[in-house]
Design a protein around this ligand. Sequence first.
Ligand code: GLN
Length: 494
Amino acid sequence: MNKGFFGQPAGLSTLFFTEMWERFSYYGMRAILILFMISPQAQEGLGMTRDTAGAIYGLYTAGVYLFALPGGWLADNILGQRKAIWYGGIMIMVGHLLLAIPGIPLVFFTGLACVAIGTGLLKPNISTIVGDLYPEGGVRRDRGFSIFYMGINTGSFLGQLAVPLLAEYKGWHWGFGAAAIGMFLGLIQFRLTQGNLMDIGIQPKAKEDKNEEQGPGVNRGLAIGVLVLLLAFLGILQATGQIDLFTAVGFAQAVGIIIASVTLAYFLFVLIAGGLTDEERKRVLVIFCLFIGAALFWSGFEQAGSSLTLFAQDFTILDPLGFKIPAGSVQIFNAIFIVMFAPVVGWLWVRLAARQLNPHTPIKFAIGLILMGLGFLVMVFAAQIAAQGTDVSMGWLILTYFLHSIGELTLSPVGLSATTKLSPKRYLGQMMGIWFVATAMGNLIAGLLAGGVDPKSPNDMEPLFMSVFIFAAVVGALFLIFSPIIKKWAGKEA
Ligand code: GLN
């Protein structure tokens, strides 16, 4: 394979720039999404309440990651990775174009659905091909993924810069249009340079490795039983007025309950009836712990696009430089810190490993969660000042994004790679799916929490941020306390 990109296979360059433009459109659009939904109709927004907008943000961003499950399946079994990326990209572009059409809510929701489905087709499959570029695995593959992660964050940086600026100074629909153009450039780039990938990702994987050990299908009777129980439970909640399924918030809560219960049932099924050896069972229990940790981490982290963006708009001084920085652009510091510190954190682990001091996965999860929590502790102080009626410096949010970014670097890559190593081989695809479900769950909660940031009720913010801090700190501490046991269960793999 010709060496063409930072000493990596030339195919990595194709994937790097395609993903860069895809993330440009995703994060760029996401940066203005909630602001657009709550903006009054007189200002060409949708005029929604914050609760409703937050719930839709949560459903959409969760949907993006949930659709990765059918998206991965379709590519593996029917389309092949390359076609999935291509058609996914087209759907994303069409979705953003629909969002750029002003004034019709049905068009808006169709646009969101297109982006979510398209991303479900593109995102998991482009990561799969990155892995396929390095059949030998090992350090070279890890390095390939680190470079790829830079592409993600470069795209995120550019998108969160350009899209909110256009939305602020030219109008919302220019912002959505820019997201569509970004994806268009990504598609052209993919088309023109896909020769770099040679034949990787053309055949559906199921055809390539027919002899691979397959995981058993989930028991149908059991699945139906769980669904019936769930529907009955939701029915009771509806009948007793605990939840109103016909509002966005109630619907999002119901989706959260369904995701959590189905995941739990899935784990129970695999643990009890999945034909695991004792050793495998312990490792699957570790994956379950990582699932909980990751879902919680993302439910704080992904508030970047929901409550923290609202906080930036309502309570932050946005013009310290003399011109107004769009509220949606403040979260750009996440991408900046990731690009700056990814090499540092990577170097640190290597140095520590050389002295046999590299922390184990549960310890890294604990650190990630505690850093995420500390970010919210910072916001508790900011919220106290804001609740007194004074706008706060952007420094608070920047510090929070710094802590969150270091937390992301500590938790996210390790979680993904631990999941691949811990999973019994015949369950690998499903367990990778579980990792996406954790992200989906986190995004959903992150959206639902957004209603707590509102200039009409400034006193709601401190308890909101405080409870995220406490939750993260407690679960982080549990990971620390139980790390010897988790490590033992994981065996040599962690
Ligand atoms: N920022 C990373 C990406 O976009 C990770 C996001 C996540 O998993 N929640 O791929």
